[in-house]
Design a protein around this ligand. Structure first.
Ligand SMILES: *[C@@H]1O[C@H](CO)[C@@H](O)[C@H](O)[C@H]1NC(C)=O
Ligand SMILES: *[C@@H]1O[C@H](CO)[C@@H](O)[C@H](O)[C@H]1NC(C)=O
Ligand SMILES: *[C@@H]1O[C@H](CO)[C@@H](O)[C@H](O)[C@H]1NC(C)=O
Ligand SMILES: *[C@@H]1O[C@H](CO)[C@@H](O)[C@H](O)[C@H]1NC(C)=O
Ligand SMILES: *[C@@H]1O[C@H](CO)[C@@H](O)[C@H](O)[C@H]1NC(C)=O
Ligand SMILES: *[C@@H]1O[C@H](CO)[C@@H](O)[C@H](O)[C@H]1NC(C)=O
Length: 162
C-alpha cells in the first residue's frame, strides 16, 4: 500500500515538473519592453470600445503574449500583431510605436478606418514577411519603401481605401 502511494506521489510530482517545463517552453513570457510598447500603441490608437474586440481588452492584469491579436516567440518577443477589424480611426503614422516592435513578422491592419496616408516606416521592420492593409482605410499612394522590404512574402493592399 505504501509503495503505491509513494509511486503515485512521485508520478504526480513528475507530471507537475513536466507541466511547468512544457508551459514555460510554449508560452513565451512577455518581455517588459514589448509590453510597454504595446500599451503605448493602444494609448495612441483611436478606437471605440464598442467596435473593438481586441485592443479594448489589452491590460496589464494579463501577460501581453496572451492578449488578443498578439503573438510572441519563445523568448517573449512580439512577432505577430493582428489588429484587423477594430475600426481604428487614427493614431497610426510614421512615428507609431508599431515600428519599434522590431521583431514583427506578421502585421495585419485589415478592415480599419485609418483615413490617413499609408505610413512609410514599414521597412523598419526588417523581418516582416506578411503585411495586410486590405480595407484599412488608408488614402493616397503606396510608399516606395514597401518595395524595399526584402523579406516580405505576402502583401495585401486590396481595397486599400475602401
Ligand atoms: C504615444 O503615446 C505616448 C504615451 O503613451 C506619448 O508619449 C507619445 O507622444 C504618443 N506618440 C504619438 C505619435 O502619438
Ligand atoms: C462603430 O461601428 C458602427 C457600425 O459599424 C458605426 O456605425 C460607428 O460609427 C462606429 N463608431 C465609431 C465611433 O467609429
Ligand atoms: C483585462 O483583460 C481581460 C481578458 O483579456 C478582461 O477579462 C478584463 O475585463 C480586462 N480588464 C480590464 C480592466 O479591462
Ligand atoms: C530577424 O530574423 C533573423 C533570422 O531569423 C534573426 O536572427 C534576427 O534576430 C531577427 N531580427 C529581429 C530584429 O528580430
Ligand atoms: C487580409 O485580411 C483580410 C481581412 O481579415 C482577409 O480576408 C484576407 O484574406 C487577408 N489577406 C491575406 C493575403 O491574408
Ligand atoms: C470612419 O472615419 C470617417 C472619417 O473619420 C467617419 O466619418 C466614419 O464614421 C468612420 N466609420 C466607422 C465605421 O467608424
Amino acid at each position: 500500500m505504501r509503495i503505491t502511494i509513494v509511486s503515485l506521489l512521485s508520478f504526480f510530482l513528475c507530471y507537475l515538473i513536466y507541466l511547468s517545463i512544457y508551459l514555460s517552453a510554449t508560452t513565451g513570457k512577455c518581455l517588459e519592453d514589448q509590453q510597454s510598447l504595446l500599451i503605448q500603441l493602444k494609448n495612441n490608437l483611436t478606437f471605440e470600445p464598442e467596435n473593438s474586440s481586441k485592443l479594448k481588452l489589452w491590460n496589464q492584469s494579463i501577460e501581453c503574449c496572451n492578449w488578443r491579436g498578439v503573438t510572441c516567440d519563445d523568448e517573449g518577443r512580439v512577432i505577430g500583431l493582428d489588429l484587423s477589424g477594430e475600426l481604428i480611426g487614427g493614431g497610426f503614422d510614421d512615428s507609431s510605436v508599431v515600428f519599434s516592435l522590431q521583431h514583427l513578422q506578421k502585421l495585419n491592419l485589415a478592415d480599419n478606418n485609418f483615413s490617413s496616408v499609408v505610413p512609410s516606416g514599414f521597412n523598419k521592420l526588417e523581418n516582416l514577411t506578411y503585411l495586410n492593409l486590405s480595407c484599412a482605410g488608408f488614402v493616397g499612394q503606396i510608399p516606395i519603401e514597401i518595395s524595399q522590404m526584402t523579406r516580405l512574402v505576402t502583401l495585401d493592399i486590396s481595397s486599400l481605401s475602401s
